[in-house]
Every structure is written in C-alpha cells, then in structure tokens.
Design a protein around this ligand. Structure first.
Ligand SMILES: Cc1cc2nc3c(=O)[nH]c(=O)nc-3n(C[C@H](O)[C@H](O)[C@H](O)COP(=O)(O)OP(=O)(O)OC[C@H]3O[C@@H](n4cnc5c(N)ncnc54)[C@H](O)[C@@H]3O)c2cc1C
Length: 447
C-alpha cells in the first residue's frame, strides 16, 4: 500500500481544535486520483480543500487525505447565460477575480473567499442571501464526481440525482468532486449599496431585520452577546447590488492588507477582553449610514482583509457553534442569547442571518428560519457542557447544528436534527459499501 511508505503530514483546520497526522496526497490528474482511491487502506480517504472547516471534516488520522490540484482554475469561457465550469480545487477568490470583471457573480458566497468550490459544495454553503438564493446546490447545474470504485460520473438534479443530493452537504463522504458547472448571476458593477444601522437592544434589531430583509438582496447582523445591559445589541447590514458607473472597471480584490504573524496569548481570551472589544465596536459613533457604496468583496468577506485572523483566538483554537431555528421557534434565539449572556461565555464573533426554505439534500443545513453563528474559545472552561445544553434547547425548538462547522456534537443528536440521515446513509452504503470515504468527522459522528 502506497500510503505506508509515505511520511505523515500534520494537518489542521481553521478552528485549530482538531489536529491530525495523515498521508496527504495531491493528485494532479484523474488517473493519479483513481490510483490513490484504489490503493487506500482500512482508514480510507477523505477529500480536502483549503482546510477552512472549523472542525475535523477534512481530517483522517492515519488515513489518506486527498487534496486535488487539478487544472481548470483558469476560466476559459462563461456562456452567454452565465454558465461556467470550474475545477473543484479553485477557490472563490480565484473564480470571482476572473468572472466579476466579465459582469458575473456567484449567487451564493461564504464569509471568506478562501474556500474551494469542492469544499463549498460538500458543505452546501449558504450566504447572506439564503432567503433569496437558497444554498449553493440550487446553482450547480451538474458536477463530475469520482466514486469509491474509481468510476467517474456526471450528476445533477436530473441525472444520478440521489448521489447529487447526497453530495450536497455530504462533507466529502460520497466521493470527490472534480469539477462543477455553476450558474452565475449577472451584475452591473462590482459594488454594493449598503445600509448599516446600529441597535442598542436585540428586540429592536430583530424586528428591523425581519422587515428590512425581504427588500434587500443581502442581510446580516453582527451581535454583541457580552453586554450585561443590552445582550444582543448590534449592527444590521442590508445591501443591494449597485448599478454600473460610467468609465469604471469591475474587479474583485481579495488580498489581505494585514497579517497576524503569530497566535495571540490564550490569556487574552477572557470575558473582559470581549467586553472591552465589543464596547468599542458596538458603541462607536457613526454606524448609521444609508446607501453607502462599497466593494462587493469588502461587504462579503470583511475578515479576509486580515490574513490568519483566527490566530486572535490563541493556540487552543475556536469552536464555532452555528445553529438554525425554524421561523416558528424564533423565541429560541432570545433564549440562546440570554443563556450565552448569563453563562459569561466569551462569545467573540456572533453573526445572525435569515434562512429561506430548505432543499432536498438530506444533510443540508438551512431550514426556513434563522441562523446564529457564535465563536467561543475552545479552552473556555465548561464550554463543551454548555454547548451540549444549548443543543438541547435547539432540539426542543426543532433546530439543528451546522455539521460543516461542528467539532463536538453528540452523535446521538444527528438523526433528530437531520432526519434525512437514514436516507443519506442508505445512498452512501450503496455507492461505498467498503467505506473508502471516511474521516475523523465521520467516525466521530458515526456517519
Ligand atoms: C471565516 C469563515 C467564514 C465562513 N463563512 C461561511 C458562510 O458564510 N456560509 C457557509 O455556509 N459556510 C461558511 N464557512 C464554512 C466553509 O464554507 C466550509 O467549512 C467549507 O467547507 C470550507 O471549504 P474548504 O475548501 O476549506 O474545505 P475543507 O475545509 O478542506 O473541507 C471541508 C469539507 O469539504 C470536503 N471537500 C473538500 N473538497 C472536496 C471535493 N473536491 N470533493 C468532495 N468533498 C470535498 C471535505 O472532505 C470536508 O468534509 C466559513 C468558514 C470560515 C473559516
């Protein structure tokens, strides 16, 4: 077996809580990829993109991890109707830098442009516009996938559709995506018009978000859960694509302007630091603005301006708890905000977004309602038990945790949060009876 004669490579992910040593394989051709898949051992193999997962999704301790580096990142052609075929190893940054000057944009974009197309499809990502554009699955016309037996298939919503849907949100466990044909949306400029308002309490922010979101192409709120007097105060941003401007060139700039050279000391990750930071951020004057024209890339990926900003969380890393609650259980958002505030859990980055209707992918995350994502330092005492309690609140409300960001969920909760998991397991058994595709994540969650 090839992998036994290779050295293992230490791999991490963005959250920095999971570290593993694996055999890293980087095939450049389909032929090499097939050889790797056919020769994997008992620990199997898992695809990897840029490792921007928060948990162990692209990790496979003592097994193979396949990071494809296929050609196809250079866009040869965008059809008149906006169809583009791109390699799964292309990043959003690479794709958008090429298609934005041509007047096209990805209908669904994550909070960072450092995510591969393969990783995005495997997570069935959503953006700040799920209530309008659904998740990325909606915009994938078709894709090429290599299955566990080395066979390459083309799948879509009408061809091999059960495999197509199982792969959306399937986190690499159905096969490796080689390329995808994506339907882009036309844009008139590379700018958006942003309305930004700050709110001193959550009920007001939430009401404004509900009423403003329907009229906006994008909507997102950044919350402060540490404030003792006003937990959930925050900033609401809504945005629409801007019209074209005479003599202006559209471009997409994703390069960081700053870089954090090393990890911050864990000592700084305390409630008092969060309070001080949030007081500065959320009470600063001048947050109200209407129709401010800014670059799309600045609005979509504000944190990309600082390379390695996750180092702010220290060496012990971050756990991101991202949940979705149905619209009818929106009161759970208030309960969760209250619980985090009372527990004095240092919640650094807190993001609230509106979700539209779900799709038919058994492991896709979005459900009609709301999603809240909260970053906690992994070393905070009692954080794992606290999140277990929050999961119970979620379950009672018919909600779920985003598997693509999970690093600690109790596997028993999966069938309750994702009733489609039984169907997904059956599809997987059918196409991968020997479980060639496996990861630390799949073993941890018994998937
Ligand atoms: C700062 C930040 C902001 C984010 N914002 C959002 C957001 O707004 N919305 C959202 O939905 N998510 C968001 N995410 C999550 C991110 O989009 C997912 O974790 C995504 O899967 C990471 O892609 P990656 O290329 O880094 O893949 P990796 O982390 O390397 O892998 C992720 C999963 O994809 C699988 N995979 C990778 N490549 C392939 C392939 N070619 N074929 C099959 N499977 C593959 C892996 O096996 C693994 O299970 C964010 C993450 C960060 C760090």
């Amino acid at each position: 077996m090839v992998s036994q004669s290779m050295d293992k490579t230490k791999l991490e992910t963005w959250g920095n809580v999971s570290v593993s040593e694996s055999y890293l394989r980087e095939p450049e051709t389909i032929h090499d990829l097939r050889n790797i898949i056919e020769s994997v051992g008992e620990r199997g193999c898992i695809p990897r993109g840029l490792g921007m997962s928060y948990g162990d999704q692209p990790m496979n301790s003592s097994g193979d991890v396949i990071r494809p580096s296929f050609s196809g990142k250079t866009i040869e052609h965008v059809s008149m109707s906006g169809l583009v075929t791109v390699s799964s190893s292309a990043t959003f940054a690479e794709l958008l830098e090429q298609v934005v000057p041509l007047g096209w944009y990805m209908p669904v974009v994550p909070g960072t442009s450092s995510v591969t197309i393969g990783g995005a499809i495997a997570a069935d990502i959503h953006g700040k516009n799920h209530y309008r554009q659904s998740s990325i699955a909606d915009h994938i016309e078709s894709m090429t996938l290599m299955l566990a037996d080395g066979e390459t298939i083309r799948c879509s919503k009408s061809q091999e559709s059960s495999i197509f849907w199982a792969t959306m949100g399937g986190l690499g466990l159905t096969g490796i995506i080689i390329e995808a044909t994506i339907q882009l949306i036309p844009i008139r400029s590379s700018k958006v018009l942003v309305d930004r308002r700050s709110f001193s309490n959550f009920p007001d922010l939430f009401e404004a978000m509900k009423s403003q979101t329907t009229n906006a192409e994008y909507s997102v709120a950044w919350l402060d859960l540490a404030s003792k007097n006003n937990p959930g105060r925050g900033i609401l941003e809504t945005a629409n694509h801007a019209d074209s401007e005479p003599d202006s060139q559209s471009s997409y700039e994703t390069k960081p302007v700053l870089s954090l050279p090393s990890f911050f000391p864990d000592l700084l990750l305390r409630q008092s630091t969060v309070n001080a930071y949030n007081s500065l951020r959320f009470s600063s004057a001048g947050w109200g603005q209407n129709n401010k024209k800014i670059e799309l890339s600045t609005f979509m990926h504000p944190l990309d301006k600082v390379r390695n900003w996750n180092r702010l969380y220290g060496k012990t890393g971050i756990i991101q708890w991202q949940m979705a609650v149905p619209e009818i259980s929106e009161h759970t958002l208030f309960d969760v905000i209250d619980a985090i505030n009372h527990a004095n859990a240092p919640a650094f980055l807190v993001v609230l977004k509106k979700l539209g209707v779900s799709n038919q992918a058994p492991l896709s995350f979005p459900i009609l309602g709301w999603t809240l994502a909260v970053d906690f330092p992994a070393k905070h005492e009692g954080i794992y038990e606290f999140l277990d309690d929050l999961d119970q609140k979620l379950l009672m409300a018919g909600g779920r945790v985003y598997l693509a960001k999970d690093a600690r969920l109790n596997p028993k909760l999966i069938p309750k949060m994702y009733p489609g998991v039984h169907e997904w397991r059956a599809i997987r058994r059918n196409i991968d009876p020997d479980r060639r595709w496996q990861s630390d994540f799949s073993r941890r969650l018994d998937l």
